[in-house]
Design a protein around this ligand. Structure first.
Ligand code: ZN
Length: 237
């Protein structure tokens, strides 16, 4: 997928345009992506201006993270874990298989549907049939397991603690148990439940304690980034 396709997608998604916030997420994303086997890709990281909790990857290295997810993070490791996971979906070409399933669907509209609650409003009102095309956005459980393994290795290689992969997951599952609809999209597109946490923790347990102790758990820059995101005008979606 070329730049042109990404530009089309971006026109249809509500994106956070704040330059400082975008600069930070691209720095963090590049720190992780540049140590993978696909350092050659022109990675781009975008913040979707939506309260819904989700993240998504598109072939070619385009990663979308919702503002609702970023606002819930406690520290840098939690966002890094999500980025490491989505980067894994790209590196392993899970995203390419998904796009093949989409078969010419309007990917921008489909992503807007998956990442925001726009499906329930404008698109539904416009009578666009999205039901068939939204299915493409769902990864298989096998893909999720692989991307979780990558989330741990990608963050660790970048010098960032993988602990956030576990704590972010715990947070989303706790919200789901409370019946919060904002996390429904995440579990719809990234299937798997508590067993994913157990598998990720087992992975982390294999990393030498001395290595783990040397990894970054948070930075002032991260806290500033999150404060900035939280201070932006409320999302419309
Ligand atoms: Zn996933």
């Amino acid at each position: 997928m070329g730049q042109q396709e990404a530009a089309n997608i971006n026109r249809q998604l509500p994106l956070v345009t704040d330059p400082e916030a975008n600069r930070y997420i691209n720095l963090l994303g590049d720190q992780i992506a540049s140590r993978t086997s696909r350092a050659d890709l022109d990675w781009r990281f975008y913040i979707v201006d939506s309260r819904e909790v989700n993240a998504f990857a598109v072939p070619g290295g385009f990663i979308y993270v919702n503002r609702g997810l970023i606002e819930r993070t406690e520290n840098m490791t939690e966002l890094a874990g999500v980025l490491g996971h989505e980067i894994g979906h790209v590196v392993r070409r899970h995203t390419v298989r998904q796009m093949e399933k989409a078969q010419g669907a309007n990917i921008g509209v489909t992503l807007a549907c998956v990442l925001t609650n726009v499906c329930n409003s404008q698109i539904a009102q416009a009578g666009i049939n999205i039901a068939g095309t939204a299915v493409f956005a769902r990864f298989s459980r096998g893909d999720e397991t692989e991307a979780d393994v990558d989330a741990v290795s990608n963050t660790t290689r970048a010098g960032i603690s993988p602990r956030g992969v576990v704590t972010m997951f715990e947070k989303l599952i706790a919200e789901r148990k409370q019946g919060r609809s904002a996390v429904a999209g995440f579990f719809a597109t990234h299937p798997g439940e508590e067993e994913r946490i157990v598998a990720v923790q087992a992975n982390i347990n294999r990393i030498p304690a001395a290595t783990l102790r040397g990894l970054t758990t948070n930075t002032t820059n991260y806290n500033n980034f999150r404060s900035r995101i939280r201070s932006l005008p409320a999302p419309r979606q």
